[in-house]
Design a protein around this ligand. Structure first.
Ligand code: NAP
Length: 428
């Protein structure tokens, strides 16, 4: 691994003491050993807590992590963030909600010429970072890549993977997220940190329109036929299940990558919609009701206070401060079907319109285990290592990118395939 002048660490996990941070440290320790020659450290606001984490994880994993460098940095202390960024080539940022804590870290990383990856699923934060730091990051030769977890690598790189394999023009994709338990394990499945980020994302959804008008003053050309969103509830023939629109960041991230491919690489932009599938209509009704209540409450101060004080009550026990048990996480499998529609023939120009209706479909399946904290941490750490090793295959000489745009020409998909997150053409 290239370490600049040799005095810097290759990567630092910031927020290592958090729920996601802890599993990221375990994954980085494993992959650093596998890849060899990677110097890494942990960072956070509490030195004793970080040292205890390393001692606990040494015991848990059997690897001696007690000598791993510990850096103290607090989001509210700019100098400490700059010191952290100056001591490493890349920061793996696990401190969320990113709308509150993310910008200061990105700013310090860009100022110190240090790459940055995170697992944000918050479109407002990600698009704001692109608006405010893309040019500065480019100038510094630094890559800032968000959404490097379950939100939204499967959807974004799944769309890239489908487009590469399609051999023709892709007009649109629909993604369908499903999960299942290998065996029945009860208990919460989401840690409070993710819920908190989602509540504030929902509360501030209205920020997106003005933000996008600034970030993308020119509209993408309308490709025909225009993809229409499905009804609120629909039964999908792709997964044979009842589906709802997926409220996460997938669509926003995929569309940012598609805009990049159109503007920078002169590729036809793919239209996209994202859905989530449920095993029964009754489950869909339950989710609509719970989602409706959370959506309404998230809009007022009092409502947000109630949601964050009683997360278990408002989510039917899905969210807790302790997070999911390891047994539950290891028994949770996910798959994301990416169904593309288009033409066998490829037209010369990206904005040329086909005169015939679409005549080809292809489905790609992305799957893995433990989406929130297993596959997510693998994707996050692999993204970091890809920047360190394959920056020459990434766009330009730096900038703020979604993962599809950032990693389309790297070996990330092949590496993920070897590490439990697989991408396969399942039907054509
Ligand atoms: N995209 C995905 O698929 C995905 C999956 C999982 C998680 N996430 C996201 O990851 C983020 C973290 O979630 P989580 O559940 O891991 O949260 P968490 O357990 O609450 O962890 C938060 C971390 O931030 C640290 N922190 C808080 N304030 C800080 C400050 N002022 N300075 C420095 N560090 C500070 C905490 O340090 P202390 O320990 O000292 O309090 C802790 O290490 C959330 O935004 C969540 O949405 C995304």
């Amino acid at each position: 691994m290239a370490s600049g002048d040799g005095t810097k660490l290759d990567a630092v996990v910031f927020g290592a003491t958090g729920f996601t941070g802890k599993y990221t440290v375990i994954e980085l320790a494993k992959l650093a050993k596998e890849k060899g020659n990677i110097k890494w450290g942990v960072a956070g606001r509490n030195k004793e807590k970080l040292e205890k984490l390393l001692a606990d994880l040494s015991e848990k994993t059997g690897a001696d992590l007690k000598k791993i460098p510990v850096l103290v940095a607090d989001v509210s202390d700019e100098a400490s963030l700059k010191e952290m960024a100056a001591s490493t080539l890349l920061v793996i940022n696990c401190v969320g909600p990113y709308r509150f804590y993310g910008e200061a870290v990105v700013k310090a990383c860009v100022a110190e010429g240090c790459h940055h990856v995170d697992v944000s699923g918050e479109p407002q934060y990600m698009e704001r970072m692109q608006l405010n730091y893309h040019d500065a990051a480019k100038e510094k030769g630094v890559y800032v890549v968000s959404a490097c977890g379950f939100d939204s690598i499967p959807a974004d790189l799944g769309t890239v993977f489908l487009t590469k394999n399609f051999q023709g023009d892709v007009n649109s994709v629909e993604t369908y997220l499903e999960w299942r338990m290998k065996k029945n394990v009860s208990g919460p499945s989401i840690h409070f940190g993710t819920f908190e980020s989602a509540v504030f994302g929902l509360a501030n959804a209205r920020e997106l329109r003005p933000l996008r008008e600034k970030l993308f003053p020119k509209r993408l050309p309308q490709m025909l036929p225009k993809q229409k969103p499905r009804w609120l509830v629909h039964k999908s023939s792709v997964v044979g299940k009842w589906c709802l629109p997926f409220p996460g960041s997938d669509r926003s991230v995929v569309m940012r990558s598609q805009r990049h491919f159109f503007e920078q690489d002169k590729q036809r932009p793919v239209q996209a919609q994202a859905y989530v599938a449920f095993h029964s209509l009754l489950a869909v009704v339950g989710v609509v009701l719970v989602g409706g209540v959370i959506g309404v409450l998230s809009r007022s101060n009092l409502g947000r206070k109630l949601l964050l004080k009683y997360p278990g009550f408002f989510t039917g026990g899905m969210v807790s401060h302790e997070g999911p048990s390891e047994e539950l996480m290891e028994n949770t499998e996910f798959s994301l079907m990416v169904r593309g529609e288009g033409w066998q023939e490829k037209l010369a120009e990206p904005t040329d319109q086909h005169s015939e209706p679409p005549n080809k479909t292809m489905t790609v399946k992305v799957k893995g285990t433990n989406p929130g904290y297993g596959a997510t941490c693998t994707m996050l750490v692999m993204s970091a290592l890809t920047i360190l090793k394959e920056a020459d295959k990434m766009p330009g000489r730096g900038g703020v990118y979604p993962p599809g745009a950032a990693f389309a020409n790297t070996s990330l998909v092949e590496e993920l395939d070897k590490h439990g997150v697989t991408f396969q053409v399942s039907a054509s």
